[in-house]
Design a protein around this ligand. Structure first.
Ligand code: GDP
Ligand code: GDP
Length: 494
């Protein structure tokens, strides 16, 4: 028997989809001009270091939620200043404004009261403080009140900062923390305080540029349907493979319109005979697979363009090769794009029936050759099949399920850091000629599809490609992730 048939596929539970969780909210209060927005920028900036943070429009007109990260905790900061106060001092605490501020605070896990250390305690500060004590500290309705931290801003002076801050003990809200929104001092301490009480929450997704993606997952994901693209050069056997999938006894097929005008997707539901579990697959742009011969000019361009579009919409990509011909430049171009887009992938070497000498050794040698020509996909499973005879075709869907599972997998921060620290012990980051040492603080997984890790280090420039590849290798050895690309965001301290 040939390689690959022997490994029995383990039945898997139908794909479960994680809903993005909400982040805990921190409400920032304070009089106008005490420096609330400067402090909020700092808090979000804590997290930034090279990443761009997208602001989320708040539920009400004048609230803006900013995403922050501190020591692996994620939360949203909302400046509620405009709700609680009015520039006209006579207008402070209008009942309905106050009502809105209360709403903002009720949904908050933490409150930062910003005051002006250079101005000292203002009567309004005292008023707000008693309001907060009543609403937060003395809450008697059984709800868990938000944590309150007093940030005494404009305390950049080393000589006077602490004394300026100490004055605000009078507010009766615990130890005031001297900060400087302008210089950044003290902000980390405020975040430390907040984190003591804030529940851990998982972030949503982050793209390759470190930009948060805040859209809800498409409905397909909710239903556990996998998006699968079959791509490859003309005549490698894509439509033959498609027909094999669609024609199998256990398949139920229905056509659904794709996203572009002439694209058609086909929905395929396959029942696993061993478990009775149903698996749903959306085969992307099947019209493009079937109709390729109708384009008479610029075929190459249309083929590539169409394939790129399909890759973008896929969770898992089947890269189909023609084993009677070998791997071409175009195949490598497609492979490159799959890796760049962060899609899971299975390499499918088709027409294996038409290749001479198909024993174990030939099988392995052929796969080896494919891998050498596609070095951008070292993590992808590869198998040699025949769409014509159907040999090993059912195995493709097993690999698709497994790759999708890894693509959407999340590893706990503790486990991740165990693997990371072990890797560093094994091989510490090299020092530069100037004697500077790279330091790794910790890592956290910031998203899935593909699994993406933020690596918090002293200075990303101190980590060369060789060391980064070493870390990826150790992650894969320690954690698996077969079938999916991984992403690493190396972030330095400000
Ligand atoms: P907000 O109205 O509370 O949001 O206050 P802003 O963030 O707009 O800041 C009000 C003013 O205070 C601006 O002129 C800032 O430059 C200044 N400011 C903010 N933070 C600091 C700080 O840490 N030190 C000093 N000296 N000035 C600050
Ligand atoms: P597409 O252009 O990638 O969709 O390729 P097609 O499915 O149209 O197949 C192109 C040609 O390859 C056709 O003549 C098929 O009969 C042939 N072909 C497809 N799959 C196989 C296979 O597994 N073995 C052999 N020997 N020929 C195949």
């Amino acid at each position: 028997d040939e390689q690959g048939d022997t490994a029995s596929a383990t039945p898997r539970a139908p794909r479960k989809v994680q809903r993005p969780t909400r982040f805990p909210i921190i409400a920032v209060l304070g009089r106008p001009n005490v420096g609330k927005s400067t402090v909020v920028n700092r808090m979000a900036g804590e997290f930034k270091t090279g990443a761009v943070v997208e602001d989320v429009p708040g539920v009400t007109r004048d609230r803006t939620y900013r995403l922050c990260e501190h020591n692996g905790r994620f939360f949203q900061v909302v400046d509620t200043g405009g709700l609680l106060f009015d520039d006209d001092p006579q207008n402070v605490f209008l009942p309905q404004i106050r009502e809105q501020a209360l709403v903002a605070m009720r949904e908050a896990s933490g409150v930062v009261l910003v005051v002006d250390g250079q101005e000292g305690v203002h009567p309004i500060d005292l008023e707000v403080a008693s309001f907060l004590r009543r609403e937060c500290l003395d809450a008697t309705d059984g709800s868990s009140p938000p944590r309150v931290v007093v940030a005494v801003n404009k305390c950049e002076s080393v000589r006077f900062g602490d004394a300026q801050a100490a004055e605000f003990w009078r507010l009766g809200l615990g130890e005031p923390i001297p900060v400087s929104g302008i210089h950044g001092g003290g902000v980390a301490e405020v975040l430390d305080r907040l984190c003591e009480e804030i529940p851990e929450a998982q972030p949503r997704r982050m793209d390759e540029n470190g930009r948060w993606i805040l859209d809800e997952p498409p409905d397909d994901l909710e239903a556990g349907i996998l998006n699968v693209a079959i791509i490859g050069r003309p005549n490698v056997g894509k439509s033959s493979l498609l027909n094999r999938f669609l024609g199998s006894e256990r398949a139920i097929v229905s056509e659904v319109p794709g996203t572009t005008r002439d694209a058609v997707d086909e929905l395929l539901v396959v029942t696993d005979p061993r478990t009775g579990d149903e698996y749903g697959y959306r085969l992307i742009d099947t019209a493009g697979i079937r109709r390729k011969k109708s384009i008479s000019y610029g075929t190459e361009f249309f083929m590539i363009n169409r394939a790129f579009k399909a890759i973008r919409r896929a969770d898992v990509v089947l890269l189909v090769l023609d084993m009677t011909q070998g791997v071409y430049e175009q195949d490598a171009t497609l492979a490159e794009r799959i890796a760049d887009e962060g899609r899971a992938c299975i390499i499918v070497g088709n027409k294996w029936d038409a290749v001479e000498g198909k024993d174990d050794r030939a099988y392995r040698a052929a796969l080896q050759k494919v891998r050498e020509r596609l070095p951008m996909l070292p993590w992808a499973d590869a198998l040699l099949v025949s769409a014509m005879s159907g040999q090993r075709v059912p195995r493709i869907l097993d690999l698709v399920n497994a790759a999708a599972e890894q693509h959407g997998r999340r590893v706990r921060t503790a486990v991740l850091n165990e693997v990371l620290m072990e890797a560093i012990r094994w091989q510490p980051p090299p020092s530069t000629r100037q004697g500077k040492n790279g330091k790794v603080y910790y890592a956290t997984q910031v998203s899935t599809r593909p699994p993406t890790f933020a690596m918090f280090v002293n200075d990303p420039k101190l980590f060369g490609d060789t060391y980064r590849r070493f870390i990826e290798r150790r992650f894969r050895e320690g954690l698996g992730f077969r079938g999916t690309p991984l992403r690493f965001l190396w972030r330095g301290r400000r």
